[in-house]
Every structure is written in C-alpha cells, then in structure tokens.
Design a binder for this molecule. Structure first.
Ligand code: C2O
Ligand code: CU
Ligand code: CU
Length: 515
C-alpha cells in the first residue's frame, strides 16, 4: 500500500509544474500520512469472502400502508428512527432508518398521483426528507431555509405533492446528509407509467449502497480521516443490496428481468459486471425512459444516479455466479490496494431453462432542449488547503461560506460548463429540474436522456443544458459524494420571476446575502 502511494507521489513529483500539481502532490502526501487513520482507503481486513452461502432472498423491498381510500392518493406515515437491522445472517446494526427498515419502504405510485407523507423525526438529530429527482414545488424539496425549517427531534412535517414524471427516484435527508445517508436513511421511489406497452416477466427495484461498520459492528464515525477523509469521500466498508450484504438471489435461466437501479451510497460509484456472456440492455436513466436502448458490458452508476435495465440470466439451472462490483476509478484512493467483490450472487433455479426471448424494443420521443438564447454559466470545482493544511473544496475559487448563488429567471435556459480541476470525480446533482448532457461539440449526447445527476470525471469537464420552468425557489446543486458537498461542493440556483424578490436561500450552509 505505502509503496504504491509513494510511487504515485514520485510520479506526480516529476510533473510538478503548476499549482494544481502541487496540490495533488500535497493530497498524496496527506494520504500517505493519513493512511493509518483511513481504513476506507485499504482493503477491509475483514472483507467477507466473495462467495456467500446465506439463505436465498427475493430482495423485495418493504412497502408502506396507504391510509387514503382515494386510488389516486397515496397517504403514508414515514418515521425516521434508529432501528436494529440485519445486514447479513446474524450481523445486526443499529442503523438510521425510515420506518425501521434498511432501506426505507418503497414508495410506489402512478404518474399524476398525489402523495401525502406524515413525517415524524425520532432521530437524535434534526433532519428533513428530500425527494431526489422529482420536479416538485420548492416548498416540498426538503432543503432547510429554501423549503422548510429542519424537523427537530420529535417534530413532524407533512409533505404533499403530485408526482409529475414516471421513473425511479429516491428519498433521503438534506441535513448532515453525509452522516445520515451513510447511516442508512434512504429509500426508493417508483413512479409507474400506465401507458407503457412492454412487459417483462419479473421486475425488481435494486437499491445499491454501503455502510461503514466498526469491527464491533457499530456505525463508524462519519468524520473518520478528518479533512483528508472528506477530500476523498468516505465509503462504507460493507456493500449493501436492498440492505443486505452479499445476498443470494434466485432467478430462472432465460427469463428476462427489468431492474430499476439506484445508487444510494454516500460516496461509492458502482461498476457492475453482468456475468459471463451477458449484457445489460439499458432503457432508462434518471428521469424515466431514454430515447433508445443501449447494450452495456458493465453498468456504472455514480451516487444519486439511476438506471432502468433488462437483464436475462442464461447460466445452467442449479448453478450460481456473482454479479461483481468492480472498483471504479473516481480518483486517488478509489482503486489503489483495494479488492473488488461480488455485490450479490445469482442462484439459478433448478427448473428447466426457458429459451431467452429478444428484449422488447423500448424507445421514447425526447426533444433536445433548444439552446437558442441560452445563458452560458461557468462552474469550476477546485480543492485547496487552509493554513493548517486541512482540505476544502471550492466553487469558482470560493469556499462554501463565500459561494454566491447562481441566478436564473423562470423560462430561462442555461448551459452549464462544469470544470473539475481536482483529482477526484464529482457527480453534480441539480434539485428540481432535469437537464441534458452535451458532447464536446455542444450537441446533446445520444440517446437523449433526462438527467438530474451526472459525473464530472476528475480533471475533465461536462456541459449540460437546463431549462428553468415556472417554479421559483432556491434549488440546490451539489456533488452527490456527500462528503464533498459538505466540504464545499454545494450551492444553489436562485430562480425567480421577473420583478419578484429573490427567494430565500438554503440555510444548511451560509450563503452571502443576495444583492
Ligand atoms: Cu440526492 Cu441534494 O440530493
Ligand atoms: Cu436532489
Ligand atoms: Cu465530489
């Protein structure tokens, strides 16, 4: 480990020319120094064997009773509370949960339905619920200051909104998010489209995440590694699929499944291998179905991203194989001296194989956002050090407390060029709106997709186009590696109607008063 780190440092030293390289070099040194405090950067010594032998599970997610007789209204109670959950046979942890389960219940409704959530906070800390990806009014966005006051311990809040778009979304807190999401607070949110014409035999919602457990089986300190841990983005040492570590799942050979996948991990990117001779057919992204499908040899999801894929296992009945989570290079420390492992095992049912049918052809007419009259916006993610050598992230050179909010007028289209000068990748997420990603020539990337989260790779840039509709408010944008957000990669777009005062800013962090 140390040798590899030093080799990297040496390699970087020969290239030290600009300030940026010096900063890289300092980060590497700090990482070398801090390695002993940073178990997350090493292969977990107690990493379970890739092959697991627990019972076979069906991976179904918990549901939540509907209190409302109206078929177009889902009315539920949702309580954030500490509860004991079992991540693998005999391994229990007191996690932070919604309704006592990890992940929280699957919230499932049909596009156009109304959701009413009676939320209660029984955690030892304030919290809120944010509905990631949903195009809601700002009052329902779960951001303290911009949407609502934070919900104190023992407090309640009612969320009430209509779900505007089909697709897989998710919910999580927006107060101390790195700690709270890391402790287990997240759930999937599925909006069905009744006009969908294709059908597959089996459908699963897969919530990918991880949790950081101590050797004694408790929750690891979310501040471990200090500012170096923050700069990297702390990952959990225990992979979870629907709240279970290395589960075994039964499938029938030749039977096509539709997987709705969300990466709810606070920092980890997932890179899933479908298994020998199999590919994923990806039909949808963050905001529902995409223009046309893509055949993928592996499925990469940054924190916050979703995918809608067909998967047809074809292995021999009675056999078993792993869906491997390869390490993904999101920057220094993410692949060095670590081991990859299976996310879960597929157990082929002992029933005769079915002849696989070709996957249904799924398309969706999506219009490219018009760039006529669009305002260019430059956003640069950087990293710097204080006098005491601790790291902090910057947006356009400014630390968190000094980042001015972006401004937008309702109806305006903006083209954001997001440049990442740091040695780590940053999945940028915008609240409340979908965007489209542009290629290096400014043309929309095909197939067209609605995105709310996209990774800006290390030392690279991403350009996206977004049209702000008539929902004034301060909409956050931030890196979804949640440590990075809290370390400085978060701010907001103040969206207002002409002639009206600018909406209030998020209070979770300090923005300078708007002019
Ligand atoms: Cu999942 Cu502020 O977002
Ligand atoms: Cu969000
Ligand atoms: Cu980041």
């Amino acid at each position: 480990m140390a040798q590899e780190l030093l080799a990297t440092v040496r390699r970087m030293r020969t290239r030290v020319r600009t300030r940026r390289f010096i900063i890289n070099w300092l980060i590497c040194c700090a990482l070398v120094a801090a390695t002993s405090e940073l178990p997350r950067l090493q292969a977990a010594p107690d990493a379970p064997a890739a092959q697991s032998s627990g019972p076979v599970t069906d991976l179904s997610l918990p549901t939540v009773p509907d209190l409302n007789p109206d078929p177009r209204i889902l009315e539920i109670n949702l309580t954030a509370e500490v509860a004991r959950v079992e991540v693998s046979p005999g391994r229990r942890v007191d996690a932070w949960t919604y309704n006592g389960t990890l992940p929280g219940p699957l919230i499932r409704l049909t596009v156009g339905d109304r959701l009413i959530v009676h939320f209660t906070n029984r955690l030892p800390s304030p919290t809120t619920v944010h509905w990631h990806g949903l195009r809601l009014p700002i009052q329902m966005d779960g951001v303290p200051g911009a949407s609502q006051p934070q919900v104190e311990t023992g407090g309640t809040f009612t969320y009430d909104f209509v779900v505007p778009d089909a697709g897989l979304y998710w919910y999580h807190p927006h107060v101390m998010s790195a700690a709270q999401v890391g402790f287990g607070l997240y759930g999937a949110f599925l909006v069905d489209d009744p006009s969908e014409t294709f059908k597959v035999a089996e459908e699963r919602v897969l919530v990918l995440s991880d949790i950081d457990l101590t050797e004694q089986g408790g929750l690891e300190d979310p501040e471990t590694g200090g500012s170096t841990g923050m700069a990297f983005g702390r990952e959990g040492n225990t992979l979870l699929l629907n709240g279970r570590n290395h589960p075994r799942v039964s499938m029938r050979s030749g039977v096509t499944q539709r997987w709705r996948v969300v990466n709810a991990a606070k920092s980890r990117f997932f890179n899933l291998d479908p298994g020998v001779g199999i590919r994923f057919t990806k039909i949808g992204d963050d905001g529902g179905l995409q223009e046309y499908s893509e055949e993928l040899e592996s499925l990469v999801l940054a924190p916050g991203e979703r995918a809608d894929v067909f998967y047809t296992p074809t292995a021999k009945p009675g056999t078993e194989y792993g869906v491997h989570a390869y390490l993904f290079d999101r920057g220094f420390g993410s692949v060095e001296a670590r081991q990859s492992e299976d996310l879960f095992e597929i157990v082929m049912a002992d029933t005769p194989a079915v002849t696989p049918q070709p996957h249904p052809r799924v398309t969706r007419a999506i219009e490219a956002i018009s760039q006529t009259g669009a305002t260019p916006v430059a956003i640069e993610f950087g990293i710097d050090q204080k006098e005491d050598k601790s790291f902090y992230y910057t947006i356009n050179g400014k630390p968190l407390a000094d980042i001015p909010p972006l401004k937008a007028a309702v109806g305006e289209t903006q083209i954001w060029k997001v440049t990442n000068t740091t040695p780590w990748s940053h999945p940028i997420h915008l609240h409340g709106f979908f965007f489209q990603v542009l290629d290096k020539d400014g043309r929309p990337r095909r197939p067209l997709k609605w995105k709310d989260t996209v990774s800006v790779p290390l030392k690279d840039s991403v350009t996206l186009v977004v049209r702000f509709d008539d929902r004034p408010g301060s909409w956050m944008y931030h890196c979804h590696v949640l440590d990075h957000a809290e370390g400085g990669l978060m701010s907001a777009v103040q969206l207002s109607r002409p002639g009206e005062p600018a909406p209030p800013l998020p209070s979770e962090h300090t923005h300078p008063a708007s002019p």
